[in-house]
Design a protein. Sequence first.
Length: 681
Amino acid sequence: MKRIEAPWRAFDALLVANRGEIARRVLHSARALGLRTIAVHARSERDAPHVAEADEAIELQAASDLGAYLSIDAIVDACRRSGAGAVHPGYGFLSESAAFARACAAAGIVFVGPSADAIEALGDKARAKAIAQRIGVPCLPGYGGDDQSAAAMAAEAERIGAPLMIKAAAGGGGRGMRRVDSLADFERLRAAAAAEAKAAFGDDRLLLERRVDSARHVEVQVLADRFGNCVHLGERDCSTQRRHQKLVEEAPAPGVSTRTREAMGEAAVRLARAAGYVGAGTAEFLLDPDGDFHFLEVNTRLQVEHRVTEAITGIDLVEMQLRVARGESLPFAQADVRFDGHAIEARLCAEDAFAGFVPRSGSIVAWRVEHAEGVLVDHALGARVSPHFDSLLAKFVTHGRNREEARLRLVATLEGSSILGVATNREFLLECLRAPRFVAADLDVGWLVEAAAAWRRPVSDARWQAVASALWVHRAMGTHGALANWSSSGPRHSQVALAMEGGIDAVPVAEPIDDEATTSAPEASRWRASLEDAHDDGFLVLVGSRRFLLRIETPGWVSIDRHRQPIHVAFEGPSRAPTRMWLDHAGFAAGVVDAASLPSRQTGRDAGGELHANMHGRIASIAVAEGHRVNAGQPLLSIEAMKMEHVVSAPIDGRVAALAVSIGTQVSPATLLVRIEAEAA
């Protein structure tokens, strides 16, 4: 076999140039190999979980938190200062940067990944596709040429025909990607994709590909060493996506025949060898309804979903990356790879999945992760979710003897886990895992969008409100239990008026307050409850016409009409005067406050023509100017946040009276964006 010459040397200290759950994941395997570990962090993350787990930590000097992890000079300097002989980039940030790999080699530092030349050859979609075509790997008809002019691209789009996909040549993650169903829309979508690609990757080159409807997104994991050995570890199905970003992944891909698996695996290995690839990488394919596969791209790094491959093969991919990087050969051949059972991964993200997947940030008040047989959870949950990074909070991976066992374990694990303080997509993930099409493994890249159109945000009912009311009063009574609500004249009565805060989980409730106060805070859901002491630490709770007997039991449990059920609750404020309560119960989580504490200024803030940001982010594009007339639903601008672009549309017909932001402006929740004045009929 051909020996691939690449900079390498033995090392005993590893610097992890990343953060969050992937940094913790890499640290785990590095420690198992006996390596000294060094973490790096932005200034605001000195207390982050990944920092605490490393042997040493170095603060990266940069103008921003995001910039810290993107600074090649700062990370190379941290390697020098710490004596780290190698650096693992994780995924995201600099993991697919040829410039970073080249800078590490120049400094005598082992980059745990492929060479800079291999990254440039396969990390660029257009170059990777050219290699695939040259060696006979099936590709979709398309265009990735040097002439990127509007006229040339339009001509190529006409040749390919609709539907087609526009993709950023220099990166992925759904950024710079647009679907074109009508060529009449091509130029508008091309310009938008180019602008997004330029902002995300510093490169506005695009490629075009014929769109294959009802296709599946299937990828193959490869491992290669510097001695020319290369194997594949089977495939993963990543068809469950939202906004071209993966949400649920599984291995093996359901319904893929042994013949197709071998053919895709062989194609992936040929691609890696053609580029002189060393390390772990992933070749992505579209699998059409006829069972034919077509090359999409190569990810020259570890994937978020690598854990499902580890679960069914028993191979630690990070360990293999580290062993290969220090000059070892792969300890197994293709014939040695065995597959056991089925694994599914779900990505828990800080986002409001029922409101366009708007990212959320803020303080985590409490969190709970379910652990059980066949369950693995990667996370770096701490005190705060930063608005400056990806929205991924944790990866839940379950393994079973078959797909159904893995699915049921994942449902149970998500049901038993919760995060209080920040909205997450947990309920959306559960809808996905229970959906008939997912259960039947009837998957393609569009199935989730189609199915989710009928899904609705979970709502609180009178039972949930009764539990919240009892917990609020119980907290206010302090440590004296039911006796605090007793008097010589008989049981005392308590009245509470509570509300769920707007912007967290603003949903309708079963028994709303029926008075004028309701209209003062339309962003919150409100209710009244009457509680009567029932002794034995219990309450009789009346919410509207519903009556419940509740008993607060051991931490994490409540009895409702003698039915013991789990809860997850956390409070803010003094013990007898709570200012806020977070409750997760019966599949619904929300922040609760005293209704009287909500200011009336919330009234109709965005009900008319004044639009405010509801997330942290950067203004990526603006489609209007002051004085323009707009129609309700017309796109006004977009906000880039946590790897996704979110379109803000006009709520009413009218004229743009004020445009308060410009492209590149950093915004936070409540920042004024646009004011529209309704025009007289």
